[in-house]
Structure formats: C-alpha cells, structure tokens
Write a protein that binds this ligand. Structure first.
Ligand SMILES: *Cc1c(COP(=O)(O)O)cnc(C)c1O
Length: 464
C-alpha cells in the first residue's frame, strides 16, 4: 500500500511549511533550514513519514494517543456527530447529549466525589479555568484574599498566560511577561538533579515540607490552592520519592487549601489506574484532564470538581467559559475513547501486562554506560544521562547537547523518544504489546550505544 504518492515531494512540503507555518516550542529559523519531518499517517503505535520511514512512537504523539492510532470507531463517531449536531454551545441554558453522556461517564470513572466537569479545549485552558475557579471559590466563601496558588518549579501546566504562570519553566517565564501575580513556586522533588548527598526519602520529605513552609510564610489565609502533576511529565518524567506525596497530602489536609492534581498526562490509564492520583494515593479537590481523554483524536480538556467545590461555584454566576467548552464532536469522540479504554480493558492491560514488563526492561537500562537513573511509573519513563553515575554529574557541555544527539539517534533507529535536557523520556500508547516493548528497548539501546560513541568521540563525556 503506497500511501505517500498522493502529495508533494518532501522538500516542497518542507519549503511551504517553512514559508507559512510557525511551529510551537521551536526555533523556527533553524527548523526552516533543517526542514521539518512530515508525518503522513499512523496505525497502532507506528508513525510513517513522507519518505515512507516508520517509527515506533514511544511518545504517543504528545503523551496523548493512549488507545493508539487508526481507531475507526473514533473517526466514525466524529463523522456521525458532525452530521447530527456539529456544534452548539453550552452557555445560555442549553446542553446537548454528547456532553451529558461524557460528564456522567467521567464522574463514574473519577475517584471519590469528583463528580462535576467544566470543559475546555485542552489542558492549558483547563488550568486557566482552575485559576479563576479556585479564586472564585474563596471569594464566594467570603475569603477573597485567599488567592495565591502554589505550584512547583519545572512543572508544566500549559502554555497560555495563566497556565504557563502556574508552570515553573524558566524559559517560558522569560518571555511575554509571566508569571502573573500571586503564583508562588516551590522546589520540585527531583532527587537525581537536586538531592545532593541526601537520601531520596529524606529529600522527598524536605521538598514536601516546602509546601508547608510556603503556606506558613504566605499565611494560610492567603493561599487558595496547590497544583501539581502526580508525575511531572514535560519536566522530564520526574518521579517523586515515595515519601513525598503522603506528606503533601497531610499538609493539604491540615491547612485549608484546595489540591489540584494536573492529570493531563497521568489521567486515563497512563500510570496503570484511571488516574495518577489513584496510583499515588492523592485525594484532589480538582483534577485537570485533557490529552488521553480523547486519545488526542479531538481537542478536549476540562476540570473535574469535587461535590463541595462544584456546590460553592454553583451558588454564584461563574463568568467564564469557552466557545468550545463541551464541544459536541470532541465530547462524542472522548466518550467513545473511554468506551474503548474500558471495554478493551486497556487500563488493566497497562497495570497487569505492559507496565510490569516495560518496568523490568526499562530499569535494566540503568546498566548502560550513559545512564545514571531509570525511572518509570506505568507507561511513563525517563532515563537520566550522565558522564559519571556515582556523582550524578551533569555534562560539561551545554544542557541538552547529549540529549539532542540521543533524540536524533532514536529517530535514525526508528524510534520516537524525546529528550528534556539530558533526560530521555517515553510515554508510549497504552496498547503497547510485550513484543513492541522489546522493539522499543532494543532501538533505544542501540540509539544510546551510538550516542555514547558519538559523545565519546566529541569529548562530551566530561563531568561539569
Ligand atoms: C500538556 C499538558 C498541559 C497543557 O495541555 P494543552 O492541551 O497542551 O493545552 C497541561 N498540563 C500538563 C501536565 C500537560 O502535560
């Protein structure tokens, strides 16, 4: 089957792309010189580019294609919904069947009394909603001064002004006048990079207690909420030491502040449960969802609210909403995606089959001469590259130099694995079979072998 004959040659596509398309998170001038890779189709866990090269997509797109590519049911549902009711809003005392059905389903799947959904078109918008939501919540409760949100450095919560302010990415804060006021950042539980001589569990406790210190310093009467990803994704798949989350939960319980779990990546099966909060035993008041909610087939996200939060918000007019809040086509696709995840027992597959097998293979990669730490929770993993395992040293070369080499070697070996600085990360589709895991591991190992050889040749294996 030749699927690449019906469009222009790659070089022409690249030239047009460079001429008219501004890419997110890219140096567009450099990219234009190099030429973007043109992805033309995908099936299961495999991407095909415009030259016919195939790649095992160990990133599931951008952490989102949980059920894998090429599911006709999702295309059929979208087409059917477009014909029946392509669009209607949910603002003015109206609703529609897809959004009703999806909301009931999410309430059923979400733990505890997280029973109410406010919709957005993605995770960034949903976190912007959360900023306004928690501040409105405390206003309604007669505490308008309780408006500071505590977040973490190196967190990723999205790219809008509000959500990037919640996030703790220095490169993002350097552009466009963010963070907005009244967002306070504490340190992340990244033992590998920041734990120094401390034992990981003691370090986890210390980092959790920074939340308590911040609350006491700012004043409990000023802090509205704490937001965090159960496992930091874009920050490099940072898995907190086991001591971290129980202490954070204790602190959130002790003080009157709302806990927002940003489940945009961790939700919908990624960690081996429906939500990362279940895997890590967290009891949030609000969850941010997107990505795996529709497996990326349609843009949709939202905030799941507890009974209590929803009740408080319901008592006022919440002057907030998006044209595409609860978009009927996206809602129908999300509902069908949840049906697939549930009926095909994909979350069980992750927990019982794929994740244990991947964990065994992934953790064994710590023996590679370039790797110092191998972390994995469910189907999200990271490898810290280092020139010296014992001291956990970084490379003398600028951060990301070796990471970029490794990323390119992965592509050359038919594998999409991202780098965050000098950490390599994966977040593959949840349907990955043990055979495909073997392929992933052997390609990753080969790419790392080649990276090691190149780094050695270029004199990069030098500790900073
Ligand atoms: C991707 C992501 C977001 C932003 O979602 P968008 O759909 O890109 O707006 C927010 N939070 C986390 C944890 C994410 O990974």
């Amino acid at each position: 089957m030749n699927m690449i004959s019906n469009h222009m040659p790659t070089a022409e596509l690249q030239a047009l792309d460079a001429a008219h398309h501004v890419h997110p998170f890219s140096s567009n001038a450099d990219l234009a010189k190099e030429g973007s890779r043109v992805i033309t189709r995908a099936r299961g866990v495999t991407l095909t580019d415009s030259d016919g090269n195939e790649f095992l997509d160990a990133m599931a797109g951008l952490w989102c294609v949980n059920v894998g590519y090429g599911r006709d049911e999702l295309a059929d549902v979208a087409a059917r919904q477009m014909r029946e009711l392509p669009y209607y809003n949910t603002f003015f005392k109206t609703t529609h069947v897809p959004v009703i059905a999806l909301s009931r389903k999410i309430a059923e799947l979400a733990p505890g009394d997280l029973n109410h959904v406010f919709y957005a078109a993605g995770g960034s918008e949903a976190n912007d909603t959360n900023i306004r939501l928690v501040r409105t919540y405390w206003q309604v409760k007669g505490k308008p001064e309780k408006n500071v949100i505590i977040s973490r450095k190196n967190a990723y919560h999205g790219s809008t002004v509000g959500s990037a302010s919640l996030g703790g990415m220095p490169a993002m804060h350097a552009q466009g006048g963010i963070p907005i006021p009244n967002i306070h950042h504490i340190n992340q539980p990244n033992w590998w990079a920041e734990g120094g001589d401390m034992d990981p569990e003691a370090f986890g406790l210390q980092r959790a207690r920074e939340l308590e210190e911040a609350i006491l310093e700012l004043g409990e009467d000023r802090v509205a909420a704490f937001i965090a990803e159960p496992v930091q994704g874009a920050g490099g798949v940072i898995v907190a030491p086991d001591s971290y989350w129980p202490e954070v939960q204790r602190i959130c319980d002790k003080y009157e502040i709302l806990l927002i779990a940003d489940e945009v990546i961790c939700g919908f099966g990624r960690t081996g449960n429906w939500f990362g909060s279940q895997t890590l035993n967290i009891r949030p008041d609000i969850m941010t969802i997107a990505k795996g909610l529709s497996s990326g087939y349609a843009p949709i996200g939202g905030s799941i609210l507890s009974d209590e939060v929803a009740e408080v918000i319901a008592s006022t007019e919440f002057n907030h909403g998006y044209t595409y809040s609860g978009h009927p086509v996206a809602a129908a696709v999300a509902l069908e995606n949840l049906r697939i995840l549930e009926e095909e027992k994909i979350v069980d597959h992750v927990r019982d089959v794929a994740a244990p097998y991947l964990k065994e293979k992934w953790e064994a990669m710590v023996d590679h001469p370039l790797i110092g730490e191998a972390k994995i929770v469910g189907m999200m993993g990271s490898l810290a590259m280092t020139p010296h395992q014992e001291s956990r040293a970084t490379f003398a070369a600028p951060k990301g130099t070796v990471g970029l080499i490794a990323r390119d070697r992965c592509f050359a070996n038919g594998l999409v694995m991202r780098h965050v600085g000098d950490r390599m990360i994966i977040s593959p589709p949840l349907i990955l079979t043990p055979d495909q895991i073997d392929t992933l591991i052997s390609r990753a190992t080969k790419a790392l072998d080649e990276t090691h050889a190149i780094a050695k040749e270029q004199g990069l294996l030098v500790p900073a």
